[in-house]
Design a protein around this ligand. Structure first.
Ligand SMILES: Cc1cc2nc3c(=O)[nH]c(=O)nc-3n(C[C@H](O)[C@H](O)[C@H](O)COP(=O)(O)O)c2cc1C
Ligand code: SF4
Ligand code: SF4
Length: 261
């Protein structure tokens, strides 16, 4: 089993690694045959075509952005489409509160019966949007609670997968209906966000945003960090900048940062 993930601020990485740990613990305890579950970020510079081809079951884990799969993940799937044909697929979507059909929207990238979804699940994780006062960041105690609940849920999910039980969260008509509204709203913002990253004068030119942005959206021009209009709205730079000098969407300055990574 191969679990591929994109994670802006660490939540989806946590879930993807948790899945592999639980699966591998099970296999070692039951002495089952087969290769261990392998976890890999889509940001790695490796031959994914070869990696995907050598696995029968591929998992995908990503954060939901208003019932939309992050653009970076959609582009990754687009580049590897032919290698995914007829694969068994597990979909994990991480979200703060609600996405409607956050796991199902992943299947919109494929024609009917192109892949075989054997499991789809949503995991509630801490909020990482840190520049909207209506979406407050949680304290450490609350964050730990999310992680404990996710660990409990993952045990059930892995047991189900091992026993061949198929569950597809977000695939029913009601979830699809709710997801539709969020998806339309987010697709508008997604286009706007391309160009909405702002670097304030507080920037001390440390270069961190240039090296951590998964879209290579920043470059250092004449000693100043500049955003180039290629943002996937992952909120990584906003949460990591040591000067809290980066904003997206709203021009409001960041007060707190989410530190999962
Ligand atoms: C642009 C953006 C949009 C988001 N939209 C939603 C949403 O619609 N519903 C939700 O519950 N969480 C939403 N979130 C929260 C994240 O999906 C959640 O915190 C996720 O676990 C972050 O994962 P990561 O740390 O792997 O990037 C959004 C986050 C971002 C950055
Ligand atoms: S991470 Fe922040 S301080 Fe460092 S270069 Fe980027 S904007 Fe400037
Ligand atoms: S500019 Fe910031 S929010 Fe946008 S993709 Fe890069 S790291 Fe993520």
């Amino acid at each position: 089993m191969l679990m591929l993930y994109f994670s802006g601020t660490g939540n989806s990485k946590y879930i993807a690694e948790l899945f592999c740990n639980v699966m591998n613990t099970h296999f070692s305890q039951t002495a089952s045959a087969g290769l261990p579950a392998q976890c890999c970020s889509i940001e790695e510079k490796i031959d994914f075509k070869q990696l995907i081809s050598s696995h029968e079951t591929i998992g995908f884990c990503y954060p939901i952005y208003g019932s939309r799969v992050p653009r970076i993940m959609r582009e990754f799937v687009g580049r590897h489409l032919e290698y995914l044909k007829d694969k068994k697929v597990i979909i994990f979507c991480t979200q703060w509160i609600f996405s409607g059909d956050g796991a199902r929207v992943f299947t919109d990238m494929f024609s009917h019966n192109f892949i075989k979804v054997i499991y789809a699940e949503h995991f509630l994780m801490p909020n990482n949007v840190n520049n909207l006062f209506i979406l407050p960041l949680e304290n450490e105690k609350k964050i730990k609670k999310y992680l404990t609940n996710a660990e409990r849920k993952m045990q059930i999910v892995c047991n189900n997968i091992i026993n061949g039980i198929i569950k597809k969260r977000g695939f029913n008509v009601f979830s699809r209906f709710l997801g539709l509204f969020q998806g339309v709203f987010m697709s508008i913002w997604e286009k706007k966000a391309l160009d909405l990253v702002k670097v304030y004068d507080d920037c001390n030119q440390c270069g961190l945003c240039v090296s951590i942005c998964p879209m290579r959206n920043f470059e250092n021009r004449n000693g100043k960090s500049i955003a180039k209009g290629n943002c996937t709205i992952c909120y990584r730079c906003i949460n990591k900048c040591p000067q809290k000098a980066i904003a997206v969407f709203l021009k409001a300055k960041v007060k707190k940062q989410y530190k999962r990574l």
